[in-house]
Design a protein around this ligand. Structure first.
Ligand code: ACO
Length: 322
């Protein structure tokens, strides 16, 4: 049987760090409120001339280097983002050209914070069916460009960044299962309400920004992530105690601890980066994965669960042997 295995990870964060104290100067908030409600201490913000593909390219090059492959060997590129550089071409195509790769399929996936999990699920199927052998899968975002910097309920939550993995076809165990879901009826609990559908004027006038009913999203996220964990374990006939590492979407430390509690996992087995990165949407899971791989926490053959929840609503998980 052919599996898709992660053979290299990479990530990139913009240089500029914005602390909670910096935010105190912009909106009516406090370091204490942000830490207590979200666990966030700081986030990275892209420079004026930096774009999503710039971040994606840096993360991708590190993943390619870690996998020890040549970029030319990549035969599939999937980039998850809700903040693409342009309406078209896709950010994946722009990235492909930057990496001097020609001819392989390259496309974007838009599932907001679940984007990377969706992208991994699609790439896994390409590899398992023999349609690709070496895939570059990226999550990259510049959410700072779609925030209302006068809305304290949302602007304190997000940050910019990118994470990437190389997935290779292998006879050794890799991704065991992927589970992705959506329910569009919750659209207006978490959305950017204006876009091309309005003729783009609303966006140009600065109304193309994130709006969220945080409390309702919070409750849905906790319940849904609990269910996806059960679904994933049941599909693999595994017990909670089999999991070595949880790499959750980094939206809020309270959502992460609630999920860990449901899994009866110690927080020592949970990768947490939300304190330093904020919520980087599609970039958050691959960023956290790269941090824990590079600092030596996640080791070969360990069982890792990735999970995410985001706008749409979308949600999903990936169970893999690293
Ligand atoms: N600083 C200070 N006070 C604030 C701030 C702020 N930045 N933001 C809101 N408040 C105030 C509110 O106005 C409110 O005041 P009031 O009681 O006088 O009306 C009070 O704090 C409490 O507000 P709540 O919204 O009830 O606070 P809550 O405990 O729910 O925390 C939060 C808000 C952090 C947004 C939380 O609801 C949350 O994390 N939600 C989920 C976010 C999430 O998971 N998103 C998922 C993915 S994101 C994606 O897909 C793009």
């Amino acid at each position: 049987m052919t599996y898709a295995r992660i053979t290299g990870t990479g990530s990139y964060l913009p240089e500029k760090v914005m602390t909670n104290h910096d935010l105190e100067k912009i909106v009516e908030t406090s370091d204490q409120w942000i830490r207590e409600r979200t666990g966030i201490e700081q986030r990275h913000i892209a420079g004026d001339n930096e774009t999503t593909v710039d971040l994606a390219e840096k993360a991708s090059r590190l993943a390619i280097e870690a996998a020890g492959i040549d970029a030319a060997e990549i035969d599939l590129i999937i980039l998850a983002t809700s903040t693409p550089d342009k309406i078209f071409p896709s950010s994946a195509c722009i990235l492909q050209a930057r990496l001097d790769i020609h001819g392989c399929p390259a496309f974007d996936i838009q599932a907001v914070c679940t984007g990377f999990v969706y992208a991994l699920a699609v790439a896994d199927k390409f590899i398992k069916t023999g349609s690709a052998k070496k895939a570059l899968v990226v999550g990259a975002e510049i959410f700072s460009r779609i925030l209302n910097w006068e809305d304290r309920a949302t602007c304190v939550l997000f940050g910019d960044g990118a994470g990437a993995v190389i997935l290779e076809a292998s006879e050794e165990t890799g991704i065991l299962s992927t589970h992705i879901h959506a329910d569009g009826k919750y659209e207006n609990l978490l959305w950017v309400p204006h876009g091309i559908g309005d003729g783009f004027d609303e966006v140009k006038q600065g109304r193309g920004v994130v709006e969220m009913r945080g409390n309702e999203v919070f409750k849905m996220a906790v319940n849904t992530l609990g269910r996806i964990v059960d679904e994933t374990l049941a599909a693999n006939r595994m017990a909670k105690s089999d999991i070595d590492w949880l790499v959750p979407h980094q939206a809020n430390i309270r959502i992460i601890t609630a999920t860990a509690r449901k899994l009866k996992m110690s927080m020592d087995q949970v990768v947490v980066t939300v304190n330093k990165h904020g919520n980087t949407s599609a970039a958050s899971v691959p960023l956290a994965l790269d941090v824990a791989v590079r600092d030596g926490r996640i080791k070969a053959n360990e069982l890792v669960m990735l999970e995410a929840f985001g706008g749409g609503f979308t949600w999903g998980s990936v169970l893999l042997r690293y």
